[in-house]
Design a protein around this ligand. Structure first.
Ligand code: CA
Length: 221
């Protein structure tokens, strides 16, 4: 899953990006508000971490512009410590959650998992599809309770399809969320990866909709 981190403090941005990558996300970092707004407006992210104090355009204005333009991507805002007014303004501007600085990256990861699963219409922490369950807290997958070993890329692909279960995901969307936009791979590479994931899981789990994309049937179907 692709996540955009908008933070002008290079140390915080680096720590957050490293923690997200270790947790299986594809990460883009922006340090300028104006450029961050454009990226969030034109590209597809599973979630965005947004600092409020930014050069170019402040974070609240960035968020308001995304929401005004109809972008519903889940957003976690980073606020100054003790600033209740920033938290209120952030939530009123359309933030899904906030995290005061300084924070532990473990808490940021937990809040991010929560806003992603809520945006997927999921109440509990574990994703289910048929006999398959996927736990993003541990990056673990099991079939009928039996653990399945997946590589980091295989896990990333399955996680994106399961979080979006019940919806047909296009090939390009899947490529972006698995490999990242700046490291674009072609459809053949994706097919090879899909083949590996399918061999490890029940065959019917990932359906191909020719000309449209891929589908993991969910409870919403
Ligand atoms: Ca800042």
């Amino acid at each position: 899953m692709r996540v955009l981190v908008v933070e002008d403090d290079p140390r915080i941005a680096g720590d957050v990006a490293a923690a997200l990558q270790a947790a299986g996300y594809v990460v883009d970092v922006e340090t300028n508000g104006e450029e961050a707004w454009f990226r969030g407006d034109t590209e597809d992210y599973a979630a965005i971490v947004l600092d409020l104090g930014l050069p170019g355009m402040d974070g609240l204005s960035v968020l308001k512009r995304w929401r005004h333009g109809g972008r519903s991507v889940p957003v976690l805002v980073l606020t100054a410590r003790g600033s209740w007014s920033e938290r209120v303004e952030g939530i009123d501007a359309g933030a899904d959650d906030y995290l005061p600085k300084p924070f532990r990256v473990e808490e940021l990861l937990a809040r991010l998992r929560a806003i992603i699963r809520r945006s997927a219409g999921q109440a509990g922490p574990v994703f289910h599809a048929g006999a398959v369950c996927l736990d993003p807290r541990l990056m673990k997958v099991a079939v009928d309770g039996v653990p399945v070993a997946l590589s980091a890329l295989e896990y990333r692909l399955l996680a994106f399809l399961m979080v979006n279960s019940g919806r047909v995901v296009s090939q390009q969307e899947l490529i972006d969320h698995v490999y990242g936009h700046d490291n674009a791979q072609d459809a053949n590479t994706l097919e090879v990866l899909l083949g590996r994931v399918r061999r490890k899981l029940p065959r019917s789990l990932i359906e191909t909709r020719r000309g449209f994309g891929y589908l993991v049937a969910g409870r919403r179907e």
